[in-house]
Design a protein around this ligand. Sequence first.
Ligand code: SF4
Ligand code: SF4
Length: 475
Amino acid sequence: MSEPTPSLYQKRIQIHPRSVKGQFRNLKTGVLVLAYLVFFLLPWLRWDRPNAPDQAVLYDLPGRHFYIFGLTIQVQDIFWLAGVLIIFAILLFFVTGLAGRVWCGYFCFQTLWTDLYMMVEKWIQGDRPARIRLDKGPWNREKFIKRGGTYAIWLFIAFWSGLSFTMYWVDAPTLVVDFLLGRAPYAAYFTTFFLTTTTFVMAGLAREQVCVYMCPYARFQSAMFDHDTLIISYEAKRGEGTQGRAKLGKGMKTREERQAQGAGDCIDCGYCVQVCPVGIDIRNGLQYQCISCALCIDACDTIMDNQKWPRGLIHYTSENALQGRKTTLLKPKTVGYGVILTAATVLLIWSVVTRSPYTGMVEQIRQPLYTQLSDGSIRNTYEIKLNNKLTAPMTVGIRIEGLPGAVLDMDSMERLKLAPQERIKLLARVQIPPVQDDSGKKNDRDEVTFVIEALEGATAEPIRREVPFYVPEGD
Ligand code: SF4
Ligand code: SF4
């Protein structure tokens, strides 16, 4: 008889996490409430912004403007976004090096949405034992109603999450009305339904599978860890004693009785395993699946409190501490990340705070390089691009300097009115009488400086652009 072919895929064991109370659960709930308040309410917040959309945070792709409260970001300022991403990347390295996977345990979208979905599940189907019973039971009326109710609420959360994300790109009240009346842009329907599906599948059905099999961060986190990084760990020596884990039983109830028989403080109740959202047993050591949610700490502390034994059988520690060495949080690596993080943040803030309210570019038109007029004077032509970055009108003036005898032959350039967020292109002509150097030969190239300054509606340093001025070559 031939051996059966082993499957390449591990069969999924459905996890039914038990609820738990404690300081880390409270912290997680606090983060969750704050994150949801921000995500769902922000698109509805209005901001007094004359001549521009009044949504406080709006990524107006067709208009190529990002509005974040009082800040208007244009396409050419998109490097700020790169700056923000770099800062987040350094922050992730910094925090992970110090405190392990706190991002995964408290802030990751997958964790936040899965947490909310589990709360709904518990509310409708009951806690772990009731859910396991329902899961194993036949598809009767109760199971249809409870599962159907859970899926319906999950679907609504997923849909509202998708729609809320879309609201960041279009005016929120308009989008909701248009969406329901079937006249919203095609991209809005696509984005909303895509996010509805992915939220429902990832947070409702896939859950820990996303962290364990799909997320690359779980795999490369070890590169950011060191021996001083805070990890969640089980005190094996205290928990196991010399004889290993032992349940509470006759003659094994008090600490003294247990210690006399070589047993430790772990009563092998399994609560820490039951609350774990990824279904691992932290007593077996640090595992890559652990998302550092710290719920097993709350679970074990609850048991220790019930027994009136000291807390901390499962706790935050470090590899060094586990091996009896000192934990050093302020290491050169951490300080280095901290310094880079501070410098990058200060640089970004400085760049945003000192941003110019307008831009001005000057380019020489090189076809032809110059024009010689009948009276012998020489003329060069330039293209000027002006961009009012404000959501209010402004007036700028353009003048030239640095080229003796040169005149800018457009009077209107002394006062140019720019509408809010207006971009304009202009042609400017600079004219000089023929120039001769001391040797009697003509120079073939000189320079002129355009000075573009805000006259009304904005305060900023004048923009100075030095550009070449060509004259016929000497004989
Ligand atoms: S082992 Fe503890 S910290 Fe890690 S995921 Fe499970 S419950 Fe969270
Ligand atoms: S919750 Fe604490 S006492 Fe219970 S099994 Fe886990 S480590 Fe042992």
